[in-house]
Design a protein around this ligand. Structure first.
Ligand SMILES: [Cu+2]
Length: 114
């Protein structure tokens, strides 16, 4: 079957548009930002962090002691973060914002969802 020049052009434009659209869809779904929180001297730095749903928070432990970042209601948790390691949590809408360290409950941090 013979494809006319016009059909060829339409197909090419459609394929290009589909490629651009799928690239944009991917970019949108991966638009979250990664925020860094340092843990030093048994403190979260910064102690309060502004994040949006879709973002990721990564805590890096610079202490010798292990730490965690754990929601007060325990609904989310980085798990044990050893010296020089990090742990991450994905931000979702409505997640509890106050967190602490399981091993050192006096360590407290806060997420501000914006
Ligand atoms: Cu700790």
């Amino acid at each position: 079957m013979q494809i006319t020049k016009r059909e060829f052009l339409v197909n090419t434009v459609a394929a290009f548009a589909a490629a651009v659209f799928s690239r944009q869809a991917r970019a949108t779904s991966q638009s979250g930002v990664t925020h860094q929180v340092q843990i030093r001297n048994f403190q979260y730095d910064p102690e309060m962090i502004e994040v949006r749903p879709g973002d990721t928070i990564t805590w890096t432990n610079h202490d010798i002691a292990p730490h965690t970042a754990t929601a007060q209601d325990r609904s989310w948790d980085t798990g044990r973060i050893r010296r020089s390691q990090d742990g991450s949590v994905h931000v979702v809408a409505g997640m509890p914002t106050d967190y602490f360290c399981i091993y050192h409950p006096q360590m407290r941090g806060q997420i501000k969802l914006v």
